[in-house]
Design a protein around this ligand. Structure first.
Ligand code: PLP
Length: 499
């Protein structure tokens, strides 16, 4: 039996295999579009046809199969025409670190499975807390992503809000817990309250200003109102960089209000967390140092491979709300640092090594500059758009997203609403350009999320031309269809006809 286990006996195969894999990925990295636009119908039968009961004849044929089923049609985030979601190109040192941590297979849950790995993760947690400005009691842990970081932060907030209540009193109190956030917050906040079994109406959307930021006066009012209703504010979940607009809630004002009311302030900086490394825009996060908990997604604006995120808390003692001592793993008597004491996971990847090697090779300043670059670029794209009469822009960019749509003179807002998703769909189908779409206050927009610092403005201008051309073509088709049908069709009918 050829077990193919990675041991000291397989070093030669390991080196040869890594070379093959690197060559394979390198070949596909050179792809001339971010995607092939392959559909489920294209790919599903090919994946289904693989006989998993019998292995391929050798590594080369298995790799060729991976190339065929996956890499050829993969979506490449480093490609300059990928401007869709919050996915980043990744630093080379982080990818190399991924190779190390997978090969060693460290699990950072306990000291006796990780040794130096535990200390490296802890250093990065401490370093991040220091960048946030949280003070000497701060602590935290790496997680699988912003969703998990937000969930854990809210679990800790609930632990604090519940205090020592037990039994029926606890049940009654739990039903009264509320989380205040905004309609622009990430859906993982709502999901967390569902997972935690809080009330159906546990999430209160605090009104926002015109730029999508939580209004401090409205927060005060909501806090007073819920208290009058006999409810309990468990946490305020502010966002530092909303997923669509990049809006940063006014953290300093919100922190002051939370302090007045004794409410836990969580800051979801999954997107804006990259500003912690910025030398030009760190001030946008002012007030974050007064948070009780902070979510930072390294796999977004720190150019790390998925997964890499952290939840950082001002008072490390609050992490006890996720602690469980198991005799076999982390007994109460253990004096060694066991990160499982602070995590919702048990077996856990040593993702911290990727950030570590990035900071040691690229450096924090350069990482921050990469984020600053894409924020600069978003502003430049905005400047281009406001001068171009074929386009409408939703808002001035704050971070690296730009929301716009094709709306030449004479096209109604409603027709532009119908056209935006169709343009996006056309582009996705071609695979040549990938943009995101969203709706704000019922209006449909196309969204650029810029995270590749090497993409020049000229290239983005080219994407705008493609969008405009696609919009023109669709309108011409609609006009032709209308003539064909001889009727007075609404945009809705036309969408149906085209389906
Ligand atoms: C992406 C994002 C999340 C979710 O993070 P994942 O890493 O995708 O789980 C949460 N909040 C905000 C603001 C985000 O942008």
């Amino acid at each position: 039996m050829d077990s193919q286990l990675l041991t000291h006996d397989s070093v030669a195969d390991y080196l040869a295999g890594m070379t093959r894999v690197t060559e394979l990925v390198a070949r596909h990295l050179a792809a001339d579009s971010p995607s092939t636009g392959a559909t489920v119908a294209d790919l599903a039968p090919r994946v289904a046809a693989v006989d998993l009961d019998r292995p391929a004849v050798d590594l080369d044929s298995a790799l060729a199969e991976v190339g065929d089923l996956y890499l050829r049609d993969a979506v490449w985030f480093h490609h300059p025409s990928y401007v869709a979601h919050l996915n980043c190109p990744v630093t080379l040192p982080a990818v190399l670190a991924e190779g190390i941590l997978a090969a060693v297979n460290t699990s950072v849950d306990t000291w006796d499975q990780s040794a130096g790995g535990t200390l490296i993760e802890q250093r990065l947690v401490d370093w991040t807390a220091e960048r946030i400005g949280l003070g000497g009691q701060a602590d935290g842990v790496f997680t699988s992503g912003g969703t998990q970081s937000n969930l854990q932060a809210l679990v800790l907030a609930r632990g604090e809000a519940m205090g020592d209540l037990r039994g029926e009193a606890a049940t009654a109190h739990r039903a009264r817990l509320r989380v205040l956030t905004t309609a622009h917050a990430h859906f993982s906040v709502l999901k967390a309250t569902r997972v935690m079994g809080l009330a159906e109406d546990a999430v209160i959307d605090v009104p926002t200003d015109a730029s999508g930021r939580m209004r401090p006066d409205a927060l005060r009012r909501e806090l007073d109102a819920l208290r009058e209703r006999g409810e309990v504010a468990m946490a305020v979940s502010a966002t530092a960089g909303t997923t669509d607009l990049g809006a940063v809630d006014p953290l300093r004002e919100l922190a002051a209000i939370c302090a007045d009311h004794g409410v836990w302030l969580h800051v979801d900086a999954a997107y804006g967390g990259g500003l912690l490394a910025s030398r030009r825009r760190r001030h946008l996060l002012e007030g974050i140092e007064r948070a009780d908990s902070v979510t930072v997604d390294f796999h977004k604006t720190w150019f790390q491979p998925v997964s890499s995120s952290a939840v950082i808390v001002a008072d490390g003692r609050t992490l006890r709300h996720v602690t469980h001592h198991a005799d076999y793993l982390n007994p109460r008597t253990s004096v060694a640092p066991n990160l499982v004491d602070k995590s919702m996971q048990t077996t856990r990847r040593f993702d911290a090594l990727k950030l570590w090697l990035t900071l040691r090779v690229v450096g924090a300043d350069a990482v921050g500059e990469m984020f600053d670059e894409v924020i600069d670029r978003a502003r430049e794209v905005y400047d281009v758009l406001v001068e171009d009469e074929r386009f409408e822009v939703a808002a001035e960019p704050v971070l690296s997203t730009v929301l716009m749509r094709y709306r030449p003179e004479g096209l109604s807002a409603e027709d532009a609403d119908h056209l935006a998703p169709r343009i996006r769909h056309e582009l996705l189908g071609s695979g040549d350009v990938m943009v995101a779409g969203t709706t704000i206050d019922g209006r449909a927009w196309l969204k650029f999320t810029l995270l590749n610092p090497h993409t020049p403005l000229e290239h983005l201008r080219g994407i705008l031309e493609t969008i405009a051309r696609t919009g023109e073509d669709l309108r011409a088709e609609d006009a032709a269809d209308e003539e064909l049908l001889g009727g007075d069709l609404s945009a809705d009918d036309l969408t149906e006809v085209i389906r």
